[in-house]
Design a protein around this ligand. Structure first.
Ligand SMILES: Nc1ncnc2c1ncn2[C@@H]1O[C@H](COP(=O)(O)OP(=O)(O)OP(=O)(O)O)[C@@H](O)[C@H]1O
Ligand SMILES: [Mg+2]
Length: 393
């Protein structure tokens, strides 16, 4: 889930906020998801609960305690800015907690009490995922709102995050075809959000927010930073700047103007990570100016021959030259500094579907050894250390 503070462990994201209410041509005022606007009198929880989609199960804290065996350490599966994520077990029909190993497995995210922004993000997640459903969005089963406790109960994604598969040491590399399938699935999820009347902008697309099920089907997770996009004559929404350093679109970082094309830029970064197997931002070294993956890769992306030099060496050359060139050209379009020239998500999806169905992705390039020749600060051998480098804005 998007967060706004420094996380204490690996996979750290740090966020700083910059208030920005810069005027623009046709701004839409920064608006919060519906329920955020209504909570003030009497019982805040009651007001919030009444507006939450009835398709979500409201869990008690003790039910989730039971489902996770009192949030036992051995059931801990991850940690993000929002809090810890635990494995839990519930009955498939009644959704009541069951014994470990029986019923269905769920992922239970528990807000850290000190979480700055946590309640707002929790609410955005509940509001959006209570309303939008798609095969490429992680399913939210329910929530818990009890006193200060804020929890979220999701379908369990067995293979964890794309980030772990791309960058964690000792993990089996994801084959080329699977990478294209993952990119296509993410594009489909974003295209769906952008196609809705409310024109939802996800705002925090990154490898750690792409989760994989047991068959490596990809789904987007974490709607904490999502918000409604511009509608009617509005060109953008104007909002404070929040997201993850390296993934956020440059014009959004500069102005606070958010459009669906901001998501297209972030998608381009994830596509680049899939191609190169390298993190968006390296761990900072003293005295060395930061160079993002995008800055480093840009000159290679537009050159159909040089692109092979930056492909992930962990692919062992097992990808097609044509497929790599097409994917790199698409990434370059998504990463255009001017949002006007970025394709819409629906066009990105069409390009990836064409790539998926073409035979070109199954062939191996002749010059597979080329992929190891690009020298850069963006070495792919830094995964453990730079695990903490994807910094939030
Ligand atoms: N539904 C899920 N199924 C399985 N594992 C999950 C699920 N949701 C989260 N996880 C695991 O928990 C980890 C932490 O997730 P979380 O969304 O809290 O943080 P993050 O996305 O890594 O970082 P950030 O807080 O900056 O967005 C993930 O990397 C993933 O391994
Ligand atoms: Mg996440």
């Amino acid at each position: 889930m998007g967060n706004c503070f420094i996380k204490p462990v690996a996979n750290v994201s740090s966020t700083s906020l910059f208030g920005s209410n810069i005027s623009q041509s046709k701004p839409k005022q920064d608006s919060s998801p519906p329920t955020q606007r209504s909570s003030s009198q009497n019982s805040v929880s009651n007001v919030i609960e009444r507006s939450i989609s009835s398709s979500l199960k409201s869990f008690t804290f003790s039910e989730l305690k039971e489902a996770t065996k009192n949030f036992r350490r051995e059931n801990l599966i991850g940690e993000g800015g929002f809090g810890f994520v635990y494995k839990g077990w519930i009955d498939e029909n009644t959704l009541a907690p069951t014994k470990p190993g029986t019923g269905i497995v769920v992922a239970i995210k528990k807000l850290k009490p000190e979480s700055f922004q946590g309640h707002k993000e929790w609410l955005a997640e509940v509001n959006y995922l209570g309303q939008v459903h798609h095969e490429n969005l992680v399913k939210l089963i329910g929530y818990c709102l009890e006193g200060k406790n804020r929890l979220l109960v999701y379908e369990f994604m067995q293979k964890g995050s794309l980030e772990n598969h791309l960058f964690r040491k000792g993990v089996q590399p994801i084959p080329w075809i699977m990478r294209i399938n993952i990119a296509t699935a993410v594009a489909r999820g974003l295209a769906y959000l952008h196609s809705l009347d409310s024109n939802i902008i996800f705002r925090d697309l990154k490898a750690s927010n792409v989760l994989l099920d047991s068959d490596f089907n990809a789904k987007i997770s974490d709607f904490g930073l999502a918000r409604d996009g511009p509608t009617g004559d509005n060109t953008h929404v104007s909002t404070r700047i929040i997201g993850t350093h390296g993934y956020a679109a440059p014009e959004y970082v500069a102005t606070g103007h958010l459009t669906p094309r901001s998501d297209v830029y972030s998608f381009g970064v994830v596509l680049l990570e899939l191609l190169t197997g390298r993190r968006v931002v390296e761990e900072e070294k003293e005295g060395v100016p930061e160079e993002t993956l995008v800055d480093w890769a840009r000159p290679f992306l537009g050159d159909s021959r040089r692109i092979l030099r930056i492909m992930d060496t962990k692919l062992g050359g097992q990808y097609s030259r044509k497929g790599a060139q097409a994917a790199a050209a698409l990434a370059l379009q998504c990463l255009n500094a001017d949002p006007k020239y970025r394709p819409q998500m629906v066009n990105v999806l069409a390009a990836l579907e064409a790539l998926q169905s073409s035979n070109s992705i199954t062939r191996t390039p002749k010059r597979s050894t080329e992929s190891s020749s690009a020298s850069s600060k963006h070495s792919s051998n830094h995964s453990q250390k730079s695990f903490s480098s994807a910094e939030k804005l």
